[in-house]
Design a protein around this ligand. Structure first.
Ligand code: ADP
Length: 401
């Protein structure tokens, strides 16, 4: 099943999609485009509307207003089985009384694929997820990770142009999750035409897999961009703290500098008005120990050893500043006075407050023109290296679960 196995390159477009339950708006005018072949992660806390967005694409919820497009088809009124979509949910949802092969063949029968084609298509899908040898087993004879592979095979057997994954790894333990993440990345390379919408509340999954991440909170799209953009240049405090770890410090804007806890810090203040208050965001792994530009003096309040790094929590005039430090030979003592510093280019100035609330069209109607997702693939691993804090959790192997 190469090149999507005949999947139609379609992509997904949400056009002002609103979903309400009993008058309660749970998805508010979502505008978002997933390009053909793109992996878009919907990332946000529980209850932010991610699954609802996914179900609107699948056809399980009907928007109160707005349209859903798959490719150039408006599918808003189309029943789920006519949308050509594969879907995988958290709890696998395999039929316990059917063997693996029958589970995978089920969707093909339902779609009235010709009988003679079904065994070959089921085998092909199972092989794609490394489960060819398990075709005659029952789900109860498989581990959680293997069951999830079968669920993915079942979704892929119909050769969908769009694959919807709803927290597919959250029922697995950490090690299996890591192996499955690598598997999903491999699958995506083998099916470059399939658009994937991936719902998760786990930033590592989103950063590892996604070409772009749509950040959701309180029924709205809050931010959208490549993992690198969101990590390096978050637009809101919410994105900064939800995508990666961040120091968020209250500052007063000066001219080409800000004042924090009585200290002048140099950085680009962009459009921020002089005299206004703002939030300075700097990632912990970009904070260094010792003298340097933008030095801050403080007292060590807490030290966490994390294997490859020490995380220092330093009290600077009543504010906690986190620094992730590599290659410290000794664990610093609590109460010790230290100086931290960061480069002006490593800090971003954000508006005060979590909310965004600009219309979502302004955030991410579609990817920049001519963006080639295939060419970018492989890029995220560089980005992940830059994101020191998650480096240890990134996936390199393809462990079987
Ligand atoms: P997420 O996937 O981000 O956790 P959901 O999209 O599942 O969020 O849910 C968004 C909101 O919609 C939540 O407050 C949830 O309780 C509510 N909701 C979801 N499904 C239903 C439903 N069938 N009936 C009523 N409320 C629902």
């Amino acid at each position: 099943m190469t090149g999507g196995g005949g999947a139609v390159r379609s992509g997904i477009r949400f056009d002002q999609v609103t979903v309400a339950y009993g008058g309660n708006v749970v998805l508010d005018r979502l505008d978002l485009t997933v390009e053909p072949g793109e992996v878009m992660a919907l990332l946000g806390p529980s209850g932010s509307g991610k699954t609802t967005a996914l179900r609107a694409v699948a056809g399980f919820v009907r928007p109160a207003s707005g349209r859903v497009h798959l490719g150039d088809r408006d599918v808003t009124a189309l029943p789920p089985h006519k949308r050509g979509i594969g879907m995988v949910v958290q709890q696998y949802a395999l039929f316990p009384h059917m063997r693996v092969r029958e589970n995978v063949a089920f969707g093909l029968k339902a779609r009235k694929v010709h009988k003679s084609e079904i065994p070959g298509r089921a085998t092909e899908a199972l092989e794609l997820v490394g489960m060819g040898a398990y075709a005659e087993r029952y789900p109860r004879e498989l581990s959680g990770g293997q069951q999830q592979r079968v669920a993915i095979a079942r979704a892929l057997a119909i050769r969908p142009g769009v694959l919807l994954l709803d927290e597919p790894l959250s029922a697995l333990d950490a090690q299996l999750r890591s192996g499955m993440l690598a598997e999903l990345a491999r699958l995506h390379r083998e099916l470059p035409d399939v658009s994937i919408l991936y719902v998760t509340h786990d930033q590592v999954e989103a950063l590892t897999l996604a070409d772009r991440i749509a950040v959701m909170d309180k029924a709205r799209l809050q931010d959208c961009g490549t993992p690198q953009e969101l990590y390096r240049r978050p637009r809101t405090e919410f994105t900064a703290s939800f995508v990666g770890n961040a120091n968020l410090l209250p500052v007063t804007v000066g001219s080409g500098s800000v004042a924090f806890a009585g200290t002048r810090l140099e950085l680009s203040t962009g459009e921020a008005a002089e005299g206004s208050t703002a939030t300075l965001c700097v990632r912990p792994h970009l904070v260094g120990l010792g003298d340097g530009p933008n030095a801050l003096r403080g007292t060590i309040a807490e030290v966490q050893w994390r294997g490859s790094t020490h995380r220092l929590h330093v009290d600077v005039d009543g504010h906690r500043v986190k620094a992730d430090l590599r290659e410290l030979r000794e664990t610093p003592a609590l109460g010790a006075e230290v100086t931290l510093h960061f480069a002006p280019d490593d800090a971003v100035l954000l508006p005060v407050g979590a909310g965004v609330a600009q219309p979502s069209t302004a955030l991410c109607p579609q990817s920049p023109d001519g963006l080639d997702f295939q060419a970018r693939r492989g890029g995220p691993s560089h980005a992940l290296k830059a994101m020191g804090e998650i480096e240890d959790k990134t996936v390199t192997g393809g462990a079987r679960g």
